[in-house]
Design a protein around this ligand. Structure first.
Ligand code: ADP
Length: 388
């Protein structure tokens, strides 16, 4: 009996052991599957975080580069590639290989634990002129070993251009103010030194002083208008403006000036109504008619025409039959202080700001200004305004 009992117990034990073994194998398999899916999940989360990071870096307006401790690129965003024309896959390259500018590499190499951040302005080689502000910051560990570097590139080109325009404007204004002022001062001193006792000479000198004081007044008025227009503070009083009677009135005002140069003024504007600021539109037409009389040549004709434009706007045109404007100057004459003939403009009392004011006013109305001209056959200045 005993041997049977022992055999049965051993069989039962073997069966239990086999079941236990199968169970542990199944548990181990389950654990492996769980670990694998956990690792997959972590990898997916890491990939998602990386994709999000890349999207954020690529949406930055600044160029950005992350370097590892050995100075190799770990990440470079799209704007960096665009600024330096550096292509897409920059991972593992050095900054000099990617940016091809030794100044950038020197800036990065020059960082130390004592001076871990530094910035500089750089001009990119080639044309047109482009400027960058570069800021680099390095991270060091407690043993002063370099762990990595962040380099940020900011495009300064637009700011530099604005700065240059402002400097040019100030230089031009100073020059324009200085000329009449020194004439006024010179003639006044000569009068005080004794010329006042000669009635003939003093009359001539006083007329010159008066002319230059008038020039200063016009210049200051135009400068104030330009500054008001450019500041964006200008508030247009928009209303329906009947253009034909407005041009009639202007022609009447300009009659003596036109007559002094034997110029005939013709108003051919039909019944048109614009939605505009009446005073500003008068200023635009006055500046264009004044130029047409000044530069159109004596005994000429200045004609003001109007029509409805193709896009439903109103288009006005001031035409003269003077010498016209060479093609390469047609855009530039709308710039502040640009003149084809400086001496002629000054002699005619021009400030060099008339067309710039015209352009600003029309643009404030949402319109356009342009000129058509054939050298020797006159000029036609056009502008558009919204219909009233
Ligand atoms: P300005 O005070 O010198 O007249 P504007 O800005 O009004 O300044 O004009 C700029 C320049 O454009 C003028 O100096 C002149 O050389 C040129 N210009 C303007 N209108 C005419 C025109 N109708 N015919 C020929 N040249 C013109």
């Amino acid at each position: 009996m005993w041997p049977y009992l022992i055999i049965a117990s051993l069989l039962a034990l073997a069966a239990w052991l086999a079941w236990r073994l199968r169970r542990s194998q199944a548990e181990a398999e389950q654990l492996r599957t769980q670990n694998a899916s956990l690792a997959d999940g972590q990898r997916l989360a890491a990939l998602q975080a990386r994709a999000q990071e890349t999207a954020v870096f690529n949406s930055m307006v600044e160029g950005l580069v992350l370097l590892d401790g050995q100075g190799r690129i770990q990440l470079a965003n799209r704007q960096f590639s665009r600024l330096f024309g550096a292509g897409d896959n920059l991972t593992g390259k050095t900054i000099i290989e990617a940016a091809r500018m030794h100044e950038v590499a020197e800036l990065v190499d020059g960082l130390s634990a004592d001076e871990p951040a530094h910035g500089a302005e750089l001009r990119l080689p080639g044309l047109p002129d482009r400027w960058l502000e570069v800021n680099a910051a390095a991270v060091f560990d407690t043993q002063q070993r370099r762990k990595g570097t962040v380099v940020v590139f900011h495009d300064l080109t637009r700011l530099k251009k604005l700065e240059r325009n402002r400097e040019e404007f100030v230089a031009n204004v100073s020059h324009e103010l200085r000329t009449p002022l020194s004439l006024i001062k010179g003639y006044t001193e000569t009068l005080l030194d004794g010329a006042k006792d000669n009635p003939e000479v003093s009359l001539k000198f006083l007329q010159t002083i008066d002319r230059n004081a008038e020039r200063l007044k016009l210049l200051i008025e135009d400068l104030l208008t330009i500054s008001e227009l450019e500041s964006g503070r200008i508030r247009l009083q928009l209303q329906p403006v009947a253009l034909k009677p407005l041009v009639d009135k202007l022609c009447e005002d300009f009659k003596p000036r036109a007559a002094s140069r034997d110029v005939t003024l013709v108003n051919e504007v039909p019944d048109l109504t614009a939605n505009a600021d009446s005073d500003r539109v008068q200023q635009v037409i006055s500046n264009l008619v004044d130029n047409a009389i000044k530069y159109g040549g004596s005994e000429g004709t200045v004609t003001i025409r109007g029509r409805t434009g193709q896009d439903g706007t109103i288009e006005l045109c001031v035409a003269d039959n003077g010498p016209g404007i060479p093609e390469d100057a047609r855009e530039r004459i709308f710039e502040r202080f640009y003149r084809l003939d400086k001496a002629r403009s000054r002699e005619q009392g021009g400030t060099g700001l008339g067309l710039s004011i015209v352009k600003h006013i029309i643009q404030c109305h949402g319109g356009k200004v342009w000129v058509e001209s054939e050298p020797g056959k006159g000029s036609r200045f056009f502008f558009s305004l919204p219909q009233g």
